[in-house]
Write a protein that binds this ligand. Structure first.
Ligand SMILES: [Zn+2]
Length: 321
């Protein structure tokens, strides 16, 4: 086995290989990236940076980012070896992101939505004042425009550097979603590995539809903390998507490769848009190829024009079923 020959991970040449966190298989990095960071051996879904998530989910060029310049403040003068203010600057330089949430308006297979995606690479996707504010602003925008909301969660919980202010974001995001609920604007939460702490305990769990990626750890306190507290062995698969689906806390498990199609279906059902177009499998690459056609057909085919125009080229006249 290549793993034995190379020994420890740090001996790997140039990061060509990556070890699966779940099954331990050695994965060729190029294949791994092509599969959108899913293990080809066991199907384990690694965390996906927000920008990559947006790229594989929405129609090319349709994402219009909003509130990009919101910045967190170090209200407490928090110092954890590195002062929080400095840590924010460093993390921004490292990730190119201003905080752990990217928000905006987008289209998924031609269906418009308000989209928020968490970025685990930014301080463990922790929820602080910026994440809370962006979700609240996104919900207000959705209320005004009546756009359905899709939120991708990926988080270690509330951001301890902001103390009580980070905890207040739980109430704030739930309040914002409640207003959408009262106005009957649909909301979808997609929980990805890991979704824990204050994020699970707030916006990620209170949307109309709760979708999860396979094998994702979803919970409040971690399994080890719970096991030591209750001094009992936890059931197999505890706090994983499949376990939570069985217990009714999750509505549906959707693999990453099918997420775009599934979200389009759910959005079509929720908004009353033509579900026929949304049901057709359509990869992101196919949309890019068909984009000029989509523009030409757009006026005639209405809101689902992008999806409608993307039929196989050998049947150009088989429009509308
Ligand atoms: Zn694996």
């Amino acid at each position: 086995m290549a793993w034995t020959r190379f020994g420890k991970k740090k001996d790997m040449p140039g990061g060509l290989w990556i070890k699966c966190e779940s099954c331990g298989a050695m994965l060729f990095r190029k294949d791994f990236e092509q599969k959108n960071r899913v293990c080809s051996t066991c199907g384990y879904h690694f965390t996906l940076p927000a920008r990559e998530r947006i790229a594989i989910t929405v129609d090319p060029g349709s994402f219009d980012e909003m509130w990009k310049d919101l910045r967190a403040q170090d209200l407490l003068g928090f110092n954890d070896r590195v002062p929080y203010a400095e840590k924010l600057v460093q993390t921004k330089q490292k990730t190119g992101e201003s905080d752990a949430m990217v928000t905006g308006a987008a289209k998924i297979k031609g269906l418009a939505c308000a989209l928020g995606v968490m970025n685990f690479q930014f301080l463990g996707g922790s929820m602080g004042m910026v994440v809370g504010e962006k979700i609240a602003l996104l919900c207000e925008h959705a209320l005004k425009t009546r756009l359905p909301v899709v939120l991708f969660a990926c988080s270690g919980g509330a951001r301890m550097h902001e103390g009580a202010v980070s905890l207040m974001q739980m109430a704030k995001t739930c309040g914002a979603l409640q207003r959408l609920n009262a106005a009957r604007v649909p909301t979808i939460s997609v929980m990805t590995h890991p979704t824990t702490g204050g994020v699970t305990a707030s916006f990620a769990s209170v949307c109309d539809l709760l979708v999860a990626e396979p094998g994702a750890l979803i919970g409040f306190a971690g399994p080890r903390v719970i096991a030591t507290t209750i001094k009992k062995e936890l059931p197999k698969g505890f706090q994983r998507s499949e376990f939570l689906l069985e217990k009714g806390q999750v509505d549906r498990i959707v693999p990453r490769a099918q997420m775009r199609d599934e979200l389009a279906r759910l959005l079509a059902y929720a908004t009353g848009a033509d579900p026929v177009a949304a049901f057709k499998p359509q990869a992101v690459a196919a949309v890019a190829e068909a984009e000029p056609v989509a523009v030409a057909a757009g006026a005639a085919a209405g809101t689902v024009a992008g999806a409608d125009a993307d039929k196989p080229k050998k049947k150009p006249k088989a429009k509308k079923a």
